[in-house]
Write a new protein. Structure first.
Length: 562
Protein backbone atom coordinates (compact mmCIF):
# COMPACT_ATOMS: atom_id res chain seq x y z
CA UNK A 1 0.00 0.00 0.00
CA UNK A 2 1.37 3.40 -0.92
CA UNK A 3 1.98 5.78 1.94
CA UNK A 4 1.91 9.54 1.35
CA UNK A 5 4.74 11.64 2.65
CA UNK A 6 3.61 14.79 4.43
CA UNK A 7 4.50 17.72 2.16
CA UNK A 8 6.68 20.48 3.50
CA UNK A 9 5.18 24.00 3.34
CA UNK A 10 8.60 25.35 2.31
CA UNK A 11 9.29 22.72 -0.34
CA UNK A 12 10.60 24.55 -3.42
CA UNK A 13 9.92 21.57 -5.67
CA UNK A 14 6.23 21.62 -4.82
CA UNK A 15 6.24 25.37 -5.42
CA UNK A 16 7.58 24.77 -8.94
CA UNK A 17 4.97 22.10 -9.61
CA UNK A 18 2.20 24.34 -8.29
CA UNK A 19 3.34 27.15 -10.59
CA UNK A 20 3.47 24.77 -13.57
CA UNK A 21 -0.04 23.58 -12.85
CA UNK A 22 -1.30 27.15 -12.51
CA UNK A 23 0.30 27.98 -15.87
CA UNK A 24 -1.47 25.04 -17.50
CA UNK A 25 1.70 23.16 -18.37
CA UNK A 26 1.66 19.44 -19.19
CA UNK A 27 -2.16 19.43 -19.47
CA UNK A 28 -2.34 19.51 -15.68
CA UNK A 29 -0.39 16.26 -15.35
CA UNK A 30 2.29 15.44 -12.78
CA UNK A 31 4.43 12.47 -13.73
CA UNK A 32 7.64 11.64 -11.88
CA UNK A 33 9.99 8.65 -11.91
CA UNK A 34 12.59 6.97 -9.75
CA UNK A 35 15.46 5.91 -12.07
CA UNK A 36 18.10 3.81 -10.24
CA UNK A 37 21.06 2.26 -12.00
CA UNK A 38 20.99 -1.50 -11.27
CA UNK A 39 24.66 -1.73 -10.32
CA UNK A 40 24.15 -2.00 -6.57
CA UNK A 41 21.54 -2.05 -3.82
CA UNK A 42 19.67 1.16 -3.08
CA UNK A 43 20.51 2.98 0.15
CA UNK A 44 18.98 5.54 2.50
CA UNK A 45 19.85 8.35 0.07
CA UNK A 46 17.86 6.60 -2.63
CA UNK A 47 15.06 6.11 -0.10
CA UNK A 48 14.83 9.89 0.21
CA UNK A 49 14.38 10.17 -3.56
CA UNK A 50 11.88 7.28 -3.58
CA UNK A 51 9.76 8.98 -0.92
CA UNK A 52 9.97 12.32 -2.73
CA UNK A 53 9.10 11.07 -6.22
CA UNK A 54 6.35 8.68 -5.20
CA UNK A 55 5.14 11.18 -2.61
CA UNK A 56 4.75 13.91 -5.24
CA UNK A 57 2.77 11.54 -7.46
CA UNK A 58 0.48 10.65 -4.58
CA UNK A 59 -0.02 14.27 -3.51
CA UNK A 60 -0.83 15.52 -7.00
CA UNK A 61 -2.78 12.41 -8.03
CA UNK A 62 -0.23 11.74 -10.74
CA UNK A 63 2.03 8.83 -11.57
CA UNK A 64 5.53 7.74 -10.65
CA UNK A 65 7.40 5.24 -12.82
CA UNK A 66 10.13 2.90 -11.71
CA UNK A 67 12.81 2.81 -14.40
CA UNK A 68 16.09 0.94 -14.39
CA UNK A 69 18.64 3.22 -16.04
CA UNK A 70 20.66 0.28 -17.30
CA UNK A 71 22.84 1.85 -19.98
CA UNK A 72 26.22 0.64 -18.69
CA UNK A 73 26.51 -3.16 -18.82
CA UNK A 74 29.51 -3.32 -16.51
CA UNK A 75 28.36 -4.20 -13.01
CA UNK A 76 24.65 -4.33 -13.80
CA UNK A 77 22.70 -7.48 -12.98
CA UNK A 78 19.24 -8.89 -12.41
CA UNK A 79 20.18 -9.41 -8.75
CA UNK A 80 20.31 -5.65 -8.34
CA UNK A 81 17.07 -5.15 -10.26
CA UNK A 82 15.27 -7.62 -8.01
CA UNK A 83 16.71 -6.05 -4.87
CA UNK A 84 15.59 -2.57 -5.99
CA UNK A 85 12.05 -3.78 -6.71
CA UNK A 86 11.88 -5.62 -3.39
CA UNK A 87 13.21 -2.69 -1.38
CA UNK A 88 10.92 -0.06 -2.89
CA UNK A 89 7.87 -2.25 -2.34
CA UNK A 90 8.98 -2.80 1.26
CA UNK A 91 9.22 0.98 1.70
CA UNK A 92 5.50 1.06 0.88
CA UNK A 93 5.34 2.25 -2.72
CA UNK A 94 4.02 0.76 -5.94
CA UNK A 95 4.21 1.70 -9.62
CA UNK A 96 1.33 -0.42 -10.95
CA UNK A 97 2.42 -1.61 -14.43
CA UNK A 98 4.92 1.21 -14.94
CA UNK A 99 8.20 -0.68 -14.60
CA UNK A 100 10.52 0.35 -17.42
CA UNK A 101 14.11 -0.21 -18.51
CA UNK A 102 16.29 2.21 -20.43
CA UNK A 103 17.61 -0.85 -22.28
CA UNK A 104 14.13 -1.27 -23.78
CA UNK A 105 14.71 2.06 -25.51
CA UNK A 106 18.09 1.21 -27.08
CA UNK A 107 16.66 1.10 -30.60
CA UNK A 108 14.81 4.39 -30.11
CA UNK A 109 17.86 6.02 -28.55
CA UNK A 110 19.98 4.93 -31.50
CA UNK A 111 17.41 6.50 -33.84
CA UNK A 112 17.54 9.73 -31.80
CA UNK A 113 21.33 9.76 -32.17
CA UNK A 114 21.02 9.31 -35.93
CA UNK A 115 18.60 12.23 -35.98
CA UNK A 116 21.16 14.45 -34.24
CA UNK A 117 23.78 13.44 -36.81
CA UNK A 118 21.42 14.32 -39.65
CA UNK A 119 20.75 17.70 -38.01
CA UNK A 120 24.49 18.32 -38.06
CA UNK A 121 24.77 18.58 -34.29
CA UNK A 122 26.50 15.25 -33.55
CA UNK A 123 29.64 13.69 -35.02
CA UNK A 124 31.80 10.62 -34.73
CA UNK A 125 35.08 11.50 -33.03
CA UNK A 126 38.19 9.34 -33.36
CA UNK A 127 40.19 10.86 -30.53
CA UNK A 128 41.07 8.43 -27.76
CA UNK A 129 40.02 9.04 -24.15
CA UNK A 130 43.24 10.83 -23.16
CA UNK A 131 43.07 13.07 -26.21
CA UNK A 132 39.44 13.94 -25.54
CA UNK A 133 40.39 15.02 -22.01
CA UNK A 134 43.29 17.07 -23.35
CA UNK A 135 41.13 18.79 -25.97
CA UNK A 136 38.40 19.56 -23.43
CA UNK A 137 40.40 22.29 -21.70
CA UNK A 138 40.12 23.30 -18.05
CA UNK A 139 37.85 25.36 -15.84
CA UNK A 140 39.92 28.44 -16.72
CA UNK A 141 40.89 27.64 -20.31
CA UNK A 142 38.57 26.84 -23.22
CA UNK A 143 38.81 23.56 -25.08
CA UNK A 144 39.71 23.15 -28.72
CA UNK A 145 37.79 21.49 -31.51
CA UNK A 146 38.35 17.87 -32.33
CA UNK A 147 39.99 17.42 -35.75
CA UNK A 148 37.01 15.19 -36.58
CA UNK A 149 34.38 17.76 -35.59
CA UNK A 150 33.59 18.80 -39.16
CA UNK A 151 33.15 15.40 -40.70
CA UNK A 152 30.34 15.33 -43.25
CA UNK A 153 26.95 14.03 -42.15
CA UNK A 154 27.25 11.14 -44.60
CA UNK A 155 30.59 10.05 -43.15
CA UNK A 156 29.27 10.34 -39.58
CA UNK A 157 26.23 8.21 -40.41
CA UNK A 158 28.43 5.58 -42.01
CA UNK A 159 30.87 5.46 -39.09
CA UNK A 160 28.09 5.37 -36.50
CA UNK A 161 26.39 2.47 -38.30
CA UNK A 162 29.72 0.63 -38.44
CA UNK A 163 30.25 1.31 -34.72
CA UNK A 164 26.93 -0.41 -34.10
CA UNK A 165 27.89 -3.29 -36.41
CA UNK A 166 30.95 -3.98 -34.29
CA UNK A 167 33.63 -3.10 -36.84
CA UNK A 168 35.76 -1.12 -34.37
CA UNK A 169 37.45 -1.95 -31.06
CA UNK A 170 36.58 -0.29 -27.78
CA UNK A 171 37.73 3.32 -27.65
CA UNK A 172 38.27 3.66 -31.39
CA UNK A 173 35.38 6.11 -31.85
CA UNK A 174 32.73 7.94 -29.87
CA UNK A 175 29.64 9.86 -30.90
CA UNK A 176 29.77 13.41 -29.56
CA UNK A 177 27.33 16.30 -29.51
CA UNK A 178 28.51 19.33 -31.43
CA UNK A 179 27.89 22.19 -29.01
CA UNK A 180 30.68 24.60 -27.95
CA UNK A 181 34.24 23.72 -26.98
CA UNK A 182 34.58 27.15 -25.36
CA UNK A 183 31.48 26.82 -23.20
CA UNK A 184 32.04 27.95 -19.57
CA UNK A 185 30.26 24.77 -18.47
CA UNK A 186 32.68 21.95 -19.34
CA UNK A 187 29.75 19.53 -19.59
CA UNK A 188 28.72 21.37 -22.78
CA UNK A 189 32.08 20.99 -24.51
CA UNK A 190 31.01 18.42 -27.08
CA UNK A 191 30.00 15.72 -24.59
CA UNK A 192 30.12 12.03 -25.52
CA UNK A 193 26.72 10.54 -26.37
CA UNK A 194 27.73 6.99 -27.35
CA UNK A 195 30.77 4.81 -26.77
CA UNK A 196 31.89 1.38 -27.93
CA UNK A 197 31.82 -1.13 -25.10
CA UNK A 198 32.06 -4.81 -25.95
CA UNK A 199 30.38 -6.04 -22.81
CA UNK A 200 27.32 -8.30 -22.66
CA UNK A 201 24.27 -6.64 -21.17
CA UNK A 202 22.30 -8.51 -18.52
CA UNK A 203 19.07 -8.01 -20.55
CA UNK A 204 20.12 -7.57 -24.19
CA UNK A 205 23.08 -9.95 -24.19
CA UNK A 206 25.51 -9.30 -27.04
CA UNK A 207 23.01 -7.51 -29.27
CA UNK A 208 24.70 -4.15 -28.73
CA UNK A 209 28.36 -3.16 -28.72
CA UNK A 210 27.65 0.56 -28.43
CA UNK A 211 25.87 2.02 -25.44
CA UNK A 212 24.41 5.49 -24.82
CA UNK A 213 25.88 7.64 -22.12
CA UNK A 214 23.72 8.28 -19.07
CA UNK A 215 23.15 11.96 -19.90
CA UNK A 216 21.86 11.07 -23.35
CA UNK A 217 19.67 8.14 -22.36
CA UNK A 218 18.26 9.61 -19.16
CA UNK A 219 16.57 12.71 -20.52
CA UNK A 220 15.20 10.88 -23.57
CA UNK A 221 13.87 8.05 -21.40
CA UNK A 222 12.06 10.72 -19.38
CA UNK A 223 10.62 12.13 -22.57
CA UNK A 224 9.56 8.73 -23.93
CA UNK A 225 7.69 8.08 -20.68
CA UNK A 226 6.03 11.53 -20.72
CA UNK A 227 7.64 12.51 -17.42
CA UNK A 228 6.76 16.08 -16.46
CA UNK A 229 9.20 16.71 -13.61
CA UNK A 230 12.57 14.96 -13.55
CA UNK A 231 13.68 15.21 -9.94
CA UNK A 232 17.38 14.53 -9.34
CA UNK A 233 20.14 15.43 -6.91
CA UNK A 234 22.44 18.45 -7.04
CA UNK A 235 25.38 16.70 -8.69
CA UNK A 236 23.32 16.80 -11.90
CA UNK A 237 22.82 20.58 -11.76
CA UNK A 238 25.72 21.23 -14.13
CA UNK A 239 24.28 18.63 -16.49
CA UNK A 240 20.88 20.32 -16.75
CA UNK A 241 21.93 22.48 -19.76
CA UNK A 242 22.85 19.27 -21.61
CA UNK A 243 19.55 17.66 -20.55
CA UNK A 244 17.70 20.65 -22.00
CA UNK A 245 19.89 20.82 -25.11
CA UNK A 246 19.10 17.22 -26.03
CA UNK A 247 15.34 17.34 -25.43
CA UNK A 248 14.99 20.69 -27.21
CA UNK A 249 16.51 19.19 -30.36
CA UNK A 250 14.68 15.89 -30.29
CA UNK A 251 11.39 16.37 -28.44
CA UNK A 252 8.76 18.68 -29.88
CA UNK A 253 6.24 18.87 -27.02
CA UNK A 254 5.73 17.82 -23.40
CA UNK A 255 9.39 18.21 -22.63
CA UNK A 256 10.35 17.05 -19.11
CA UNK A 257 11.79 19.58 -16.70
CA UNK A 258 14.81 18.72 -14.56
CA UNK A 259 14.78 19.96 -10.95
CA UNK A 260 17.68 19.37 -8.54
CA UNK A 261 17.57 18.97 -4.77
CA UNK A 262 20.23 18.31 -2.14
CA UNK A 263 21.29 14.70 -1.84
CA UNK A 264 21.28 13.05 1.56
CA UNK A 265 24.58 13.04 3.42
CA UNK A 266 24.38 11.06 6.66
CA UNK A 267 26.90 11.21 9.50
CA UNK A 268 29.04 8.15 10.31
CA UNK A 269 28.03 6.76 6.91
CA UNK A 270 29.22 6.60 3.32
CA UNK A 271 26.61 6.70 0.56
CA UNK A 272 28.88 6.67 -2.47
CA UNK A 273 27.93 3.55 -4.41
CA UNK A 274 31.55 3.12 -5.44
CA UNK A 275 32.59 2.99 -1.79
CA UNK A 276 29.72 0.72 -0.81
CA UNK A 277 30.78 -1.68 -3.57
CA UNK A 278 34.32 -1.57 -2.18
CA UNK A 279 33.07 -2.41 1.32
CA UNK A 280 31.18 -5.40 -0.06
CA UNK A 281 33.77 -6.71 -2.51
CA UNK A 282 36.66 -6.44 -0.05
CA UNK A 283 34.50 -8.08 2.64
CA UNK A 284 34.70 -5.30 5.20
CA UNK A 285 30.99 -6.10 5.62
CA UNK A 286 29.02 -9.28 5.07
CA UNK A 287 27.25 -8.38 1.86
CA UNK A 288 24.90 -5.65 0.70
CA UNK A 289 22.35 -6.54 3.41
CA UNK A 290 24.82 -6.39 6.29
CA UNK A 291 22.91 -4.59 9.07
CA UNK A 292 25.72 -2.03 9.33
CA UNK A 293 25.22 -0.98 5.71
CA UNK A 294 23.06 2.07 4.86
CA UNK A 295 21.29 0.04 2.17
CA UNK A 296 17.55 -0.41 2.44
CA UNK A 297 18.14 -4.18 2.58
CA UNK A 298 20.65 -3.74 5.39
CA UNK A 299 18.33 -1.47 7.36
CA UNK A 300 15.43 -3.89 6.91
CA UNK A 301 17.56 -6.79 8.14
CA UNK A 302 18.72 -4.73 11.11
CA UNK A 303 15.11 -4.06 12.06
CA UNK A 304 14.39 -0.55 10.81
CA UNK A 305 10.76 -0.16 9.78
CA UNK A 306 9.53 1.39 6.51
CA UNK A 307 7.38 3.76 8.56
CA UNK A 308 10.44 5.05 10.41
CA UNK A 309 12.40 5.55 7.19
CA UNK A 310 9.51 7.42 5.57
CA UNK A 311 9.18 9.59 8.68
CA UNK A 312 12.90 10.34 8.59
CA UNK A 313 12.70 11.35 4.93
CA UNK A 314 9.75 13.62 5.71
CA UNK A 315 11.56 15.14 8.70
CA UNK A 316 14.69 16.12 6.77
CA UNK A 317 12.60 17.67 4.00
CA UNK A 318 13.86 18.89 0.63
CA UNK A 319 16.65 21.44 0.47
CA UNK A 320 18.62 23.25 -2.24
CA UNK A 321 22.01 22.99 -0.51
CA UNK A 322 23.91 19.92 0.62
CA UNK A 323 24.31 19.39 4.34
CA UNK A 324 25.25 16.59 6.73
CA UNK A 325 22.29 15.04 8.54
CA UNK A 326 22.97 13.56 11.97
CA UNK A 327 22.36 9.80 11.87
CA UNK A 328 20.90 10.23 15.35
CA UNK A 329 17.78 11.69 13.72
CA UNK A 330 17.29 8.47 11.75
CA UNK A 331 17.83 6.45 14.93
CA UNK A 332 15.33 8.71 16.72
CA UNK A 333 12.67 8.02 14.08
CA UNK A 334 13.30 4.28 14.35
CA UNK A 335 13.13 4.42 18.13
CA UNK A 336 9.93 6.44 18.14
CA UNK A 337 8.24 4.01 15.78
CA UNK A 338 9.37 0.88 17.61
CA UNK A 339 8.42 2.31 20.98
CA UNK A 340 4.80 2.20 19.86
CA UNK A 341 4.77 -1.19 18.13
CA UNK A 342 7.47 -3.42 19.65
CA UNK A 343 6.38 -5.90 22.37
CA UNK A 344 8.56 -6.08 25.48
CA UNK A 345 10.66 -9.04 26.54
CA UNK A 346 13.59 -9.76 28.83
CA UNK A 347 16.95 -10.94 27.58
CA UNK A 348 20.14 -11.12 29.62
CA UNK A 349 23.03 -10.37 27.29
CA UNK A 350 25.93 -11.29 29.61
CA UNK A 351 24.50 -13.66 32.21
CA UNK A 352 25.48 -13.92 35.87
CA UNK A 353 23.74 -16.64 37.92
CA UNK A 354 21.82 -15.65 41.04
CA UNK A 355 20.51 -18.20 43.56
CA UNK A 356 17.68 -16.98 45.79
CA UNK A 357 18.39 -19.02 48.89
CA UNK A 358 15.05 -18.55 50.66
CA UNK A 359 12.91 -19.25 47.60
CA UNK A 360 11.46 -22.80 47.68
CA UNK A 361 13.43 -25.33 45.66
CA UNK A 362 11.44 -26.72 42.72
CA UNK A 363 8.83 -23.97 42.85
CA UNK A 364 8.01 -22.26 39.54
CA UNK A 365 5.77 -19.23 39.57
CA UNK A 366 4.16 -17.84 36.41
CA UNK A 367 4.27 -14.07 36.52
CA UNK A 368 1.86 -12.15 34.31
CA UNK A 369 3.73 -9.44 32.39
CA UNK A 370 2.35 -6.82 30.02
CA UNK A 371 3.64 -7.06 26.45
CA UNK A 372 3.56 -3.26 26.25
CA UNK A 373 3.20 -0.81 29.16
CA UNK A 374 0.90 1.53 27.22
CA UNK A 375 -0.81 -0.92 24.87
CA UNK A 376 -3.26 -3.19 26.75
CA UNK A 377 -4.46 -4.39 23.35
CA UNK A 378 -1.14 -6.20 22.95
CA UNK A 379 -2.02 -8.48 25.86
CA UNK A 380 0.16 -10.18 28.44
CA UNK A 381 2.54 -13.12 28.64
CA UNK A 382 3.51 -15.56 31.37
CA UNK A 383 7.12 -15.40 32.53
CA UNK A 384 8.33 -18.25 34.80
CA UNK A 385 10.14 -17.33 38.03
CA UNK A 386 12.26 -19.82 39.95
CA UNK A 387 14.94 -20.10 42.62
CA UNK A 388 17.80 -19.65 40.15
CA UNK A 389 17.86 -16.75 37.72
CA UNK A 390 20.26 -14.91 35.45
CA UNK A 391 20.89 -11.19 35.72
CA UNK A 392 23.18 -8.94 33.70
CA UNK A 393 26.76 -9.17 34.82
CA UNK A 394 26.94 -5.36 34.80
CA UNK A 395 23.98 -5.20 37.21
CA UNK A 396 26.23 -6.29 40.07
CA UNK A 397 29.35 -4.52 41.30
CA UNK A 398 31.47 -5.58 44.24
CA UNK A 399 32.74 -2.03 44.81
CA UNK A 400 30.15 0.27 43.26
CA UNK A 401 30.45 4.04 42.80
CA UNK A 402 28.13 6.35 44.75
CA UNK A 403 25.36 6.69 42.18
CA UNK A 404 25.19 2.98 41.32
CA UNK A 405 21.58 1.87 41.93
CA UNK A 406 21.84 -1.80 41.13
CA UNK A 407 22.85 -4.87 43.10
CA UNK A 408 25.93 -4.71 45.34
CA UNK A 409 27.07 -5.96 48.76
CA UNK A 410 24.64 -4.71 51.41
CA UNK A 411 22.13 -3.55 48.77
CA UNK A 412 18.84 -4.72 47.36
CA UNK A 413 17.16 -4.27 44.01
CA UNK A 414 13.79 -5.01 42.42
CA UNK A 415 13.54 -7.61 39.68
CA UNK A 416 11.40 -6.36 36.79
CA UNK A 417 7.78 -7.55 37.26
CA UNK A 418 8.88 -9.64 40.26
CA UNK A 419 10.34 -9.43 43.76
CA UNK A 420 12.85 -7.37 45.66
CA UNK A 421 16.05 -9.32 46.28
CA UNK A 422 18.94 -8.55 48.61
CA UNK A 423 22.57 -9.52 48.19
CA UNK A 424 23.89 -12.07 50.68
CA UNK A 425 27.17 -13.43 49.32
CA UNK A 426 29.17 -14.15 46.16
CA UNK A 427 31.16 -17.07 44.81
CA UNK A 428 34.37 -16.44 42.89
CA UNK A 429 36.52 -18.59 40.67
CA UNK A 430 39.51 -19.61 42.75
CA UNK A 431 42.02 -19.06 39.95
CA UNK A 432 40.75 -16.01 38.12
CA UNK A 433 38.89 -14.28 40.91
CA UNK A 434 35.92 -13.77 38.57
CA UNK A 435 32.49 -13.69 40.18
CA UNK A 436 30.62 -16.77 38.98
CA UNK A 437 27.58 -16.82 41.25
CA UNK A 438 25.58 -14.62 43.61
CA UNK A 439 23.43 -15.67 46.54
CA UNK A 440 20.50 -13.46 47.48
CA UNK A 441 17.33 -13.48 49.53
CA UNK A 442 13.91 -12.28 48.47
CA UNK A 443 11.04 -10.52 50.24
CA UNK A 444 7.87 -12.53 49.43
CA UNK A 445 5.51 -9.60 50.03
CA UNK A 446 7.16 -7.43 47.37
CA UNK A 447 5.63 -9.04 44.27
CA UNK A 448 2.92 -6.42 44.07
CA UNK A 449 4.21 -3.70 46.35
CA UNK A 450 7.06 -2.24 48.37
CA UNK A 451 8.79 -4.04 51.26
CA UNK A 452 6.69 -4.48 54.41
CA UNK A 453 8.49 -1.69 56.25
CA UNK A 454 7.81 0.75 53.39
CA UNK A 455 11.46 1.31 52.49
CA UNK A 456 12.17 2.49 48.94
CA UNK A 457 14.11 0.32 46.50
CA UNK A 458 15.61 2.44 43.78
CA UNK A 459 17.08 0.03 41.27
CA UNK A 460 15.13 -2.20 38.87
CA UNK A 461 16.90 -4.88 36.81
CA UNK A 462 15.77 -7.51 34.32
CA UNK A 463 16.27 -11.25 34.67
CA UNK A 464 15.33 -14.68 33.31
CA UNK A 465 14.82 -18.02 35.02
CA UNK A 466 17.84 -20.27 34.43
CA UNK A 467 15.66 -23.37 34.11
CA UNK A 468 13.37 -21.84 31.51
CA UNK A 469 15.64 -19.43 29.62
CA UNK A 470 16.52 -20.08 26.00
CA UNK A 471 20.01 -19.48 24.63
CA UNK A 472 20.14 -16.87 21.87
CA UNK A 473 22.80 -15.25 19.75
CA UNK A 474 22.77 -11.48 19.98
CA UNK A 475 24.58 -9.19 17.57
CA UNK A 476 25.34 -5.74 18.87
CA UNK A 477 25.72 -3.38 15.90
CA UNK A 478 27.25 0.05 16.16
CA UNK A 479 28.15 2.72 13.62
CA UNK A 480 30.40 1.50 10.83
CA UNK A 481 32.77 4.48 11.02
CA UNK A 482 34.46 6.30 13.88
CA UNK A 483 34.24 9.83 12.41
CA UNK A 484 31.15 11.85 11.59
CA UNK A 485 31.95 12.49 7.91
CA UNK A 486 33.91 9.55 6.47
CA UNK A 487 32.62 10.38 3.00
CA UNK A 488 34.86 13.46 2.98
CA UNK A 489 37.99 11.35 3.49
CA UNK A 490 39.88 9.91 0.53
CA UNK A 491 41.18 7.02 2.66
CA UNK A 492 37.84 6.41 4.31
CA UNK A 493 38.62 2.80 5.17
CA UNK A 494 41.08 4.02 7.81
CA UNK A 495 38.10 5.12 9.85
CA UNK A 496 36.21 1.82 9.96
CA UNK A 497 34.96 1.13 13.45
CA UNK A 498 36.62 -2.08 14.74
CA UNK A 499 33.79 -2.37 17.29
CA UNK A 500 30.93 -2.02 14.81
CA UNK A 501 29.85 -5.61 15.55
CA UNK A 502 30.03 -7.60 18.77
CA UNK A 503 28.54 -11.10 18.76
CA UNK A 504 27.26 -12.54 22.04
CA UNK A 505 26.65 -16.26 21.76
CA UNK A 506 25.74 -17.01 25.37
CA UNK A 507 22.86 -14.62 25.96
CA UNK A 508 19.74 -15.96 27.67
CA UNK A 509 16.18 -14.87 26.92
CA UNK A 510 12.71 -15.58 28.19
CA UNK A 511 10.74 -18.37 26.55
CA UNK A 512 8.18 -16.10 24.90
CA UNK A 513 10.59 -15.15 22.10
CA UNK A 514 11.79 -18.68 21.29
CA UNK A 515 9.73 -18.79 18.11
CA UNK A 516 10.29 -15.19 17.01
CA UNK A 517 9.68 -14.84 13.28
CA UNK A 518 12.39 -13.27 11.12
CA UNK A 519 12.17 -9.45 11.23
CA UNK A 520 9.95 -9.48 14.34
CA UNK A 521 11.11 -6.72 16.69
CA UNK A 522 11.14 -6.50 20.48
CA UNK A 523 12.21 -4.06 23.09
CA UNK A 524 14.56 -5.99 25.34
CA UNK A 525 13.90 -4.26 28.62
CA UNK A 526 16.69 -1.87 29.61
CA UNK A 527 18.76 -2.92 26.59
CA UNK A 528 17.24 -1.47 23.44
CA UNK A 529 15.31 -2.62 20.40
CA UNK A 530 16.20 -5.93 18.78
CA UNK A 531 15.05 -7.76 15.66
CA UNK A 532 15.10 -11.44 14.77
CA UNK A 533 17.62 -11.68 11.93
CA UNK A 534 16.02 -12.06 8.51
CA UNK A 535 18.57 -14.61 7.25
CA UNK A 536 19.86 -16.54 10.25
CA UNK A 537 16.84 -16.95 12.53
CA UNK A 538 15.54 -20.53 12.51
CA UNK A 539 12.48 -22.04 14.27
CA UNK A 540 13.32 -22.23 17.95
CA UNK A 541 16.76 -20.68 17.36
CA UNK A 542 16.41 -16.92 17.03
CA UNK A 543 19.34 -14.66 16.27
CA UNK A 544 18.77 -11.06 17.33
CA UNK A 545 20.24 -7.88 15.89
CA UNK A 546 20.32 -4.74 18.00
CA UNK A 547 18.42 -2.12 16.02
CA UNK A 548 19.03 0.89 18.27
CA UNK A 549 19.77 1.29 21.98
CA UNK A 550 17.18 2.85 24.25
CA UNK A 551 19.15 6.04 24.71
CA UNK A 552 17.91 8.74 22.36
CA UNK A 553 20.94 10.89 21.61
CA UNK A 554 19.03 12.94 19.01
CA UNK A 555 16.60 14.23 21.64
CA UNK A 556 19.51 15.18 23.87
CA UNK A 557 21.20 17.01 21.00
CA UNK A 558 17.96 18.82 20.10
CA UNK A 559 17.31 19.85 23.71
CA UNK A 560 20.86 21.14 24.03
CA UNK A 561 20.59 23.19 20.84
CA UNK A 562 17.20 24.58 21.91
Amino acid sequence: MQQPVTPSPTDFIRDIIDNDLCAGKNEGRVATRFPPEPNGYIHIGHAKSVCLNFGLALQYKGTCNLRMDDTDPIGESMEYVESIIRDIRWLGFDWDQRLFYASDYFEKLYAFAVKLIKKGVAYVCSLNADEIREYRGTFTEPGKDSPYRNRLVKENLDLFARMRAGEFPDGAHTLRAKIDMAAPNIVMRDPILYRIKREPHYRTGNKWVIYPMYDFAHCLSDALENITHSICTLEFENNRPLYDWIVERLIEKNRPRQIEFARLNLSYTVLSKRRLIELVQKKYVNGWDDPRMPTVSGMRRRGYTPEAIRQFCAAIGVAKNDNLIDVALLEHCVREDLNERAPRAMCVLRPLKVIIDNYPEGKVQQLNCANHPKRPDMGTRGVPFSREIYIEREDFMENPPKKYNRLAPGREVRLRNAYVIKFEKMVKDEKSGEIIELHCSYAPETLEGPPADGRKVQGVIHWVSTEHAIPVEVRLYDRLFTISNPGAEEEFLKFLNPSSLEILQNSMAEQSIADARPLLSYQFERQGYFCADENDTKPGKPVFNRIVPLRDSWTKISEKEA
